[in-house]
Write a protein that binds this ligand. Sequence first.
Ligand SMILES: [Zn+2]
Length: 109
Amino acid sequence: MEIILNNVNFSQYRSKTFKGTAFEKSRTKCNSKNMAEAGFYYCQTDTENDLVKCYACGAEIFGWNKSTDDPWTEHSKLSPNCVYLSKKRSYANELTVQEFLEILSQQQA
Ligand SMILES: [Zn+2]
């Protein structure tokens, strides 16, 4: 079970990828939990220090304004047809198992 959960398909794991970054310390909407709930995980790169990627549609965003940006809004602006956003609908909404599997079957990341 641990092996399966250790994967960007799970929000708890995505949240962990922000450990040690400015997102983790953020008290705004750009915090680790919201980023993960909006589908994003943190990408370690040499060039951009805040590059994140959606596990479902593969959308990449960097250059966050952590005081004003909302990860959900930024995600839907860049990738309005993302299957994850269409199933999840809001931060609070939990996916059903069927929705979870549907997203995996359409994954483009
Ligand atoms: Zn997406």
